[in-house]
Each structure stands twice: as structure tokens, then as C-alpha cells.
Design a protein around this ligand. Sequence first.
Ligand SMILES: Cc1cc2nc3c(=O)[nH]c(=O)nc-3n(C[C@H](O)[C@H](O)[C@H](O)COP(=O)(O)O)c2cc1C
Length: 183
Amino acid sequence: MEKTMLKDTLTVIHERKSVRHFTGEPVSKKDIQYLLRAAMAAPSAVHMLPWIFIVVTDKKMLELLSQKLPFAKMLVSAGMAIVVCVDPRQAAMGKEEFAILDGACASENILLAAEALELGAVWTAVYPSKELMDEVRQLLNIPPAIIPLNIIPVGHPTGEDKPRRKFKDNAIHWEKWRTRTVL
Ligand SMILES: Cc1cc2nc3c(=O)[nH]c(=O)nc-3n(C[C@H](O)[C@H](O)[C@H](O)COP(=O)(O)O)c2cc1C
């Protein structure tokens, strides 16, 4: 990992945003490797690592996926996409819940690594829609026992997408639960 990171960790966390507008430039093999290594550095219940990552660079496949996924139209202009999958049989206690949690942690690492590399990325939903999971399984030849959790289009951002303000003081309860006055 010799690449010099330009931004510190907290800056990356706060500047991460869903990027849905891409220049169309390809993502380098080296950057794809950084994203995958970041994904697999995520925490995983009982260190089971139940994840599988399908790297899609083929433009035709990106187009086909975008046609099937109503909220992933940006796939057509992305440089590539990572389909984050999990195998519940390989997860803690063989549970789907743990597989999903582990896959979500790996996904967030991909999103943060993309920001650090000055790329853009966005989580597009597949799970828990049975219909979408089946469409994605069919297109990418994924066995029925494997859950395609999401598709993360990655590309060079145009700069249109900006981080959103989310901090809410009333989401924090110090020491114990307090009744909220504003719901
Ligand atoms: C479980 C999950 C599903 C999401 N599904 C989609 C999706 O299908 N398409 C999309 O464009 N964004 C999707 N998003 C991204 C959210 O819309 C986005 O994170 C949210 O609006 C906050 O904006 P930000 O990521 O820029 O901070 C999803 C995010 C999560 C965590």
C-alpha cells in the first residue's frame, strides 16, 4: 500500500457522499485493487469473512444491470462496479443477519476508500428485494445460496455531488435514554 493518501481519515469520512455523476473515464486496475483490499479489511463477526466481490468492468454488463435496477441508472456512466455478495453459510452461526452486517461493513469501506482515492461511488440496493436479487443472480451467474447485497458503481466524479449535512444533536442520548421532545 504505497499510495500516499491525500486526506486524513476523518476528512475522508466527512467528505464521502453518494456519487451518481461520473465523467466516464475508466477506473485503473490499481485503484480497483485498493478498493477490494479496503473492503476485505472490514470487521466481520467471528472473523468469518463471508463476502465475495464481483468486479464488473464490461460496459455491456453495466448497461444490462442498470436496465434491471431502477435506482442504479448511474451504472451506465460508471467506470466499473463492485457487486458485494455474501454467503450466509460462511457467516457467523451460518446466519444471514451476520452475513448482511459483514457485507455492509465491507461496502462502507469501499465507499470510504473511493473517496480517499478521489473516486466516486454509491451503494445501490439489491438486498432485500427478492426480485432484484434474482435479476442480479441471473445476469452475473450467481448461485442461489449467495446474496447479492448491493452494487457499487465507481467512477471519476464530475464534482456535482456534494456531502450532505446529517449531524443531529437529538440523535444522541448521553448516559441513558431520554424522552425526545422533538420526534
Ligand atoms: C441500504 C442502502 C441502500 C441504498 N440504495 C440506493 C439506491 O438504490 N440508489 C441510490 O442512488 N442510492 C442508494 N443509497 C444511497 C443513499 O440514498 C444515500 O446514502 C443517502 O441519500 C445519503 O446521502 P450520502 O450517501 O450522499 O451521504 C442507498 C444507501 C443505503 C445505505
